[in-house]
Each structure stands twice: as C-alpha cells, then as structure tokens.
Ligand binder design. Sequence first.
Ligand code: ADP
Ligand code: MG
Length: 165
Amino acid sequence: VQAIAYIALGSNLGDSRRTVLRAMERLQELSGQPLVKSSLLETTPVDCPPGSPNFVNAAVGLVPRAGETPESLLAKLQQLEREFGRTAKKILNEARPLDLDLIAFGNETRATPELTLPHLRAHLRRFVLEPLAEIAPNLVLAGQGSSVVELLRQLTSGEVVRRLQ
Ligand code: ADP
Ligand code: MG
C-alpha cells in the first residue's frame, strides 16, 4: 500500500473559495495518483485576532512521488503558500490567502518546530477533522487512539458554518 499524505487547506483573505480550488489543482501536480479531495467548508475563525474573516477549509490526500520526504513536501507547500501571496506573519493567526498544513505523511513522525508529524493540533480542530473525515474517516493519526470520525464525534466546538460545494 502506498503512503498517503494528508494536507489541510485554509484561506480567509481574498477570494478564498477560488484560492482553495486553484491550490488543489497545484497539489495534484505533487501526487502520483488522482488527488482525493474533500468538499469546501466555510468555518468561523479559531484563535484568530478579533474581526478575522471566516475561512474556507478543505483537505486532500495525495500519493507522494518517489523520493518525496515529509521535509521536501513541506518545502513545496510553503512555496505554494508564497505563490498564493502569503507573506511572513506579523500577528499570530492573522488573515492569510493560503495556509497548507501537512497533517500526516504515511506513518512518519517528526517532532521539530519546523515540522511536527502528525500535525500537533489537527486532532483538536473541527475545521481540519470535518473535511478529513470526508476523505479518510478511518484514518488513525499516529499517537491518537481514535480514528478521524471518532475524534470528530468527541469534539464539542462547532466552528463549521456550512458546506460550500
Ligand atoms: P499556522 O498553520 O499554525 O497558522 P503557519 O502556517 O505560519 O502557522 O506555520 C508555522 C510553522 O509551523 C511553520 O514555520 C512550519 O515550519 C511549522 N510546522 C510544523 N509542523 C508543521 C506541519 N505538520 N505542517 C505545516 N507546518 C508545520
Ligand atoms: Mg500553516
């Protein structure tokens, strides 16, 4: 079985829906197989400055190409963020045209500030788990005792507003 990399997409600046759809097209180029895509969700901001716009969130699964590592994939995700107009942040969780978080890369684990795998906060965030549950309901993230749908069921916060497509 080929390892799958799961990526969470988020945008709350500019034409977020279009940005997320275009970013998915670019992510397809990084995958050896057709991308597995969730629908787009509108969500309310979490831990963001007051007055932050709503987000569009989604998740995709891709099959990394031969030789791709978690580090090389993250570098490509960060390059894509810049391509879509992301600049160095000045304020914690300020509005951004595109955020691409690597949620998991097969069963790989990492524990550095530059790369933590699975992503540190993924299992706590409805805006990550909800789209992920559409494409990988039974995925168990390393270090978690429960699958994505089970984690989702355990959450009490409710930031998803609506499904956009
Ligand atoms: P956030 O996603 O929390 O809004 P950023 O996108 O600005 O914040 O990312 C902050 C840092 O998180 C980046 O410098 C990146 O190196 C680091 N990072 C650590 N683990 C991961 C991961 N799994 N996916 C994406 N970025 C990560
Ligand atoms: Mg990020």
